[in-house]
Design a protein around this ligand. Structure first.
Ligand SMILES: CC(C)(COP(=O)(O)OP(=O)(O)OC[C@H]1O[C@@H](n2cnc3c(N)ncnc32)[C@H](O)[C@@H]1OP(=O)(O)O)[C@@H](O)C(=O)NCCC(=O)NCCS
Length: 169
């Protein structure tokens, strides 16, 4: 799938393959630094099931510009997708690539039958792409977190609310 926001180079959005793994890891390391391993989202990823078929990479002329990884978990016993890490290369930000990565990953999750996507992040950014603090207020992370950063996007109108601990899928 190729998308071209006004005034930006074309990017191709593709699901992550095993061969992409090292490049995606390098992009994430670059964006977050070693501090990322202290985040509560990393505790989730220690037990979550990686879902490459829902994880999206943005490419331009063979160069990886961004990624949004997805995982499968349960929240209060219900299946849910967990998003992250999510990053765009420093020189490529503010061109809408991040929003497009999120949109594609959520679309894939919805098509796969998921009802909710959960993440830990900045509400001012993620509210723009459909996530809400209110919807995440009853989600219990496996470690200390500012609850206002626990965000959920429902993927269908009848999805209901997620409530309870985040656990393995
Ligand atoms: C977050 C990130 C992926 C966004 O990628 P992007 O391609 O620049 O995103 P978009 O182009 O869709 O959106 C850019 C807009 O979001 C804003 N924005 C970016 N990060 C933001 C944040 N943390 N809080 C609020 N607004 C933010 C930008 O200022 C810009 O605003 P504008 O459209 O009014 O100019 C990118 O900034 C990044 O890689 N950051 C470092 C890693 C990170 O923090 N990841 C998220 C962790 S949960």
């Amino acid at each position: 799938m190729t998308v071209q926001p006004a005034g930006s180079p074309a990017i191709t959005l593709q699901f992550e393959t095993p061969e992409d793994g090292p490049l995606v890891d390098a992009l994430i390391d670059h964006a977050f630094g070693p501090g990322r391993f202290t985040k509560v989202s990393e505790r989730v990823r220690e037990f979550a099931t990686f879902a490459p078929e829902l994880s999206v990479c943005a490419w331009s002329e063979g160069r990886l510009l961004g990624c949004a990884r997805m995982w499968r978990v349960r929240v209060g016993g219900r299946p849910a997708a967990f998003l992250g890490p999510f990053a765009v290369e420093l020189g490529e930000r503010n061109a809408g690539f991040g929003a497009r990565l999120i949109a594609r990953a959520c679309e894939a999750a919805q098509a796969a039958g998921e009802t909710h996507v959960v993440l830990v992040g900045d509400e001012p950014y993620f509210a723009r792409v459909g996530f809400s603090t209110a919807a995440g207020r009853q989600v219990i992370m496996p470690g200390p977190v500012d609850q206002r950063r626990v965000l959920v996007r429902a993927l269908r109108p009848d999805a209901g609310e997620l409530a309870g601990p985040v656990q393995p899928a």
